[in-house]
Design a protein around this ligand. Structure first.
Ligand code: PMV
Length: 344
């Protein structure tokens, strides 16, 4: 039976970072992580499926064929065959587009694989006459494309990786945090300040692998586990000061691990540090609930409570834009999950 599904899926930003993979299985994290979805930074993916004796994949970005993406997509389809055996037989036409501009240095793989995984599960549901979406399964499929993609499935914070602090947590998929979130830590926003829109010098895949034999690896994994347990408590009690300390420390630990890998490398740029220092100064002067986090790149994610949005916007305009490449920044609310926009 022919199907066509369009899904819009958010990206996400980790508060506790996944950095390092176990050598057992595919994309099995060395430590648990937790993230917020970014509902305004999305990928929209359409999958057309036609059953066939063998597999054929066509891939385009915003209607333009992109052969260069095919090796990664083919590898993804091979990886998911155990979970979705029917994907061995079919013609798949996949088109994807992000709502954030190209060249902003924002990893689009979380949103992209999240959308693709959701679309494939929708097709499976149609083939099986199921109506319920199994988000753990969608998350597991997304993980096989890009580890962090498995956390884009939930409106509440998403935890990926087995942890004693979170019931039902798993290395195979992310789960939604069930414990209550204090109002102090609800409805935060994320503004991504674009310091460098170029390709990263060291890919995340290469970065993860440098954790093997890293002199600080074991203590980093212990720290991440402890920080996750602490952060979950803090989200419940609403201790914003402690939240900020954990989140900023996690970002700096991620980059400290990069700088102490062998070979060592640095993804922060001078303007990354200038922005961080401005955020610290702004917080000291105003006592506002704002902090930063970093991905595996030079750009800075500025996280802040919804209530101080207008003051933060002024701060960005007057103090931070000069450090951004072409004065570029992206704003998003936190939360959000994949939405099925079209189904036939
Ligand atoms: O999903 P990957 O393999 O691109 O790894 C992402 C790792 C970080 O973004 C640095 C941290 C995280 O947990 O998202």
């Amino acid at each position: 039976m022919k199907s066509k599904v369009t899904v819009k899926c958010p990206s996400n930003i980790a508060l506790i970072k996944y950095w390092g993979k176990k050598d057992t299985g595919i994309q099995i994290p060395q430590n648990p992580s937790i993230s917020w979805s970014l509902s305004d930074l999305t990928a929209k993916t359409t999958v057309k499926f036609l059953p066939s004796n063998c597999r054929e994949i066509k891939f385009s970005y915003d209607g333009v064929p992109k052969e260069s993406f095919l090796p990664k997509i083919n590898e993804f389809f091979k990886r998911i065959e155990d979970v979705l055996p029917w994907v061995k037989n079919g013609i798949f036409e996949i088109d994807t587009v992000n709502n954030f501009p190209h060249g902003t240095g924002i990893a689009s793989s979380a949103a992209g694989f999240g959308a693709l995984a959701t679309a494939l599960l929708e097709i499976e549901n149609k083939l099986d006459n199921n109506t319920e979406v199994f988000w753990n399964k969608v998350s597991e499929i997304a993980r096989l494309g890009s580890g962090s993609a498995c956390r884009s499935m939930f409106s509440k914070p998403a935890v990926w990786g087995a942890s004693e602090a979170v019931k039902n947590s798993s290395d195979l998929y992310a789960v939604e945090l069930k414990s209550p979130i204090h109002t102090n830590l609800q409805n935060w926003k994320d503004t991504v300040l674009i310091v460098d829109s170029g390709e990263k010098k060291v890919s995340s895949t290469a970065g993860h692998s440098l954790l093997n034999g890293h002199p600080y690896a074991e203590s980093r994994f212990l720290q991440a586990n402890k920080n996750l347990a602490d952060l979950i408590k803090v989200m419940e009690t609403g201790d914003v000061e402690r939240f900020i300390k954990i989140v900023e420390s996690e970002a700096l630990q991620l980059h400290a691990i990069m700088m102490t890998s062998i070979p060592y490398y640095m993804l922060m740029r001078p303007n990354t540090i200038a922005i961080i220092e401005s955020i610290w100064k702004f917080r000291e002067e105003t006592n506002f609930p704002v902090c930063f986090t970093l991905d595996a790149g030079a750009n800075v994610h500025l996280l802040y409570s919804n209530e101080i949005e207008s003051s933060v916007k002024t701060f960005i305009q007057t103090k931070l834009l000069l450090y951004c490449q072409n004065a570029m920044y992206l704003c998003s609310e936190t939360g959000g999950k994949p939405q099925i926009e079209y189904y036939d």
